[in-house]
Structures are given as structure tokens and as C-alpha cells.
Design a protein around this ligand. Structure first.
Ligand code: RIB
Ligand code: CA
Length: 305
């Protein structure tokens, strides 16, 4: 944990509920004492359901917190099909009772960027909300301290397909990339260097009601994929903001294809004057430890002393 004295003001923009890694990223944020979570904005598909899932996980965490969960854009900028796993919310009872905030997610992002020059936005999902916020307020990129993104692929990833968040709304990724916002990107070639398996899951599942709920979500995702492991894409990206000392970064000029055979395909070229930085390496064992440690803290509460 860094020796920062002032809290990091964070808005977390997420497609929580499909891949379990967004839920793990939210728990990681909740277990990070240096973070003041101003709100959660959901995106992509049934965003009311996604906001309710976030609200439930926050309610299960140790400690009392009132963090607004705001349903955001359901569609993509050009109406591309939404990928929906079908299991979203199904490990949680009575989700319709979870409170969500009746406010525009785009307006929420713009309002907080206006209030604070120290707003850090984290996006682990298609970039639709962020692109719409920039379209509505072209000055927004100059008023946020940083935008941390899990998205894109900037090196060999194995299957050669474009990354899901960029491919789901490439037009949104393009708007964000071109906006000049201080962007830190973690691509698939970085996140796929880590996996979570049974030993990590056993530790997380034992961490209070939140840990148990995450355990059910992980189990669901593993069964969906027919695997006994998952890649913690989104938690890795969150840690690039919280523990940058565990990563290396390079300023790079970015491009994303919005047309052609594989929209969402991304490229990065070294450019010392670029406003974007791309993660180029990480300390895999310390990142893996930090993910589990912080999620456990979210479930069990801070060590006091
Ligand atoms: O490609 C990985 C990304 O797609 C992650 O954000 C995961 O949660 C899914 O949204
Ligand atoms: Ca995600």
C-alpha cells in the first residue's frame, strides 16, 4: 500500500455481472484504504441489473458505505449487438430490492469531473459511458486526473481476436483514445499473464459474506467457461492506479479499428509526447498477492492498530 496521505477519488465504470473479474475489481477497490469510491456507473446491456449487482456486493462488504450505483448506457454508440452471458445476477436473491441512483451516469461523470481536478476514473468495460460523457462535454478530458482502462491488446495474446471491451464498442474506444484524456491502458497481453485458481478462490471465499458471494460468482463463471481458473483482467487494471510501482508503463500513441475485418483491433506505437500510457510489464506474483489481499480486506475489514 502506498504512503499516500490524501484519498484517491475514484468512479468505477463497469459491466459487472458477466465476467466475474469486474466483481473482483469492485471488491479490490472496496478493500483499498487509499480509495474513496465516489460512485459506480454501469454500462453495456441491462445496466439496471448490473448496478444492482454492484449495490449488493457493496452491501456485503465489511463496514457501512453509501456508494451510489448508477445505471448507465445500455446500448453501444452504433447499436452493435450486446454480448450477454445470461447468468448475470443469478447467484443473488431479491436483486430488485437493491437501491440504485436515478441519475444520468454521463451527468454523474461530468459533474464529478467538474467538482474535482483529482477525479480518477476506472473503466473495465466497453467505453460507451465515457465516450458519451466526452461527446456531451468536450472539456472533460482536461478535468480528470486520469482514466485507467482495461481494454485493447497491444502484443501477442494467443487467439489473435480483438479484446472484448474494445470490440464491443470500438467507436467509443476511438473517441476516448482521441480525446487527449490522460489514459493508462492495460491490454490483454498483460492481464493474461495472471490466472486465479482454487487456492486464491479458497482464500477469497472465506472472507465474510462478500467473499462467499464472490465465491459463488467465480464458480458460476468457471462453469460457464468449463474451466477451473479465470483471468483477473479488471483487478490487474485497477492496480495500475493503486500500485503503479508493480508495473512498467510507456507513453504510446494509440489506434483502434472501427471498420474492417476485426473492429476493436488496437495498435500502440512508442511516442514520448503521447497523452496515453500503456502497461508494458508487471510483477506477476506481487500483483496476484495484492489482488487477493485487498479482496480479503474488503470482506473482513481493515486491520486496526
Ligand atoms: O477482455 C477482458 C474484458 O472483457 C474484461 O473487462 C472482462 O470483464 C470483459 O468485460
Ligand atoms: Ca469487465
Amino acid at each position: 500500500v502506498s504512503n499516500r496521505t490524501r484519498p484517491l477519488h475514484v468512479i468505477f465504470d463497469t459491466d459487472i455481472g458477466s465476467d466475474v473479474d469486474d466483481a473482483l475489481a469492485l471488491a479490490l477497490l472496496l478493500g483499498s484504504p487509499e480509495v474513496e469510491l465516489l460512485g459506480i456507473t454501469s454500462v453495456y446491456g441491462d445496466t439496471l441489473l448490473r448496478a444492482r449487482i454492484a449495490s449488493r456486493l457493496i452491501a456485503l462488504a465489511a463496514g457501512q458505505r453509501a456508494i451510489p450505483c448508477i445505471p448507465g448506457s445500455q446500448d453501444t454508440l452504433t447499436g452493435r449487438d450486446i454480448w450477454w452471458a445470461g447468468h448475470e445476477g443469478s447467484t443473488m436473491d431479491d436483486l430488485q430490492t437493491e437501491p440504485t441512483r436515478d441519475e444520468s451516469a454521463i451527468g454523474f461523470l461530468i459533474r464529478h469531473a467538474g467538482d474535482r481536478q483529482d477525479l480518477h476514473v476506472i473503466s473495465t468495460a466497453p467505453l460507451t459511458n465515457l465516450a458519451r460523457a466526452i461527446q456531451a462535454d468536450p472539456g472533460l478530458p482536461q478535468r480528470v486526473a486520469s482514466l485507467t482502462v482495461m481494454g485493447g491488446a497491444f502484443g501477442p495474446t494467443g487467439d489473435g481476436r480483438p479484446e472484448h471491451n474494445f470490440a464491443s464498442d470500438p467507436e467509443a474506444a476511438d473517441i476516448v483514445i482521441r480525446s487527449g484524456i490522460p489514459l493508462v491502458l492495460t491490454g490483454l497481453e498483460i492481464t493474461r499473464q495472471l490466472t486465479m485458481a482454487q487456492s486464491e478462490v479458497d482464500q477469497i471465499t472465506a472472507a465474510g459474506p462478500l467473499g462467499a458471494a464472490l465465491g459463488r460468482e467465480i464458480d458460476q463463471w468457471w462453469k460457464f467457461n468449463g474451466e477451473q481458473w479465470n483471468v483477473p483482467h479488471d483487478p490487474v487494471a485497477v492496480l495500475t492506479l493503486l500500485t503503479p510501482e508493480l508495473f512498467s508503463f510507456e507513453p504510446k500513441a494509440l489506434e483502434v479499428d472501427v471498420a474492417g475485418a476485426a473492429p476493436g483491433t488496437s495498435r500502440a506505437a512508442s511516442d514520448p509526447s503521447a497523452s496515453s500510457r500503456v502497461v508494458t510489464g508487471l510483477d506477476t506474483s506481487r500483483v496476484a498477492e495484492a489482488i487477493v489481499e485487498r479482496i480479503i480486506r474488503a470482506g473482513t475489514g481493515p486491520a486496526r492498530g
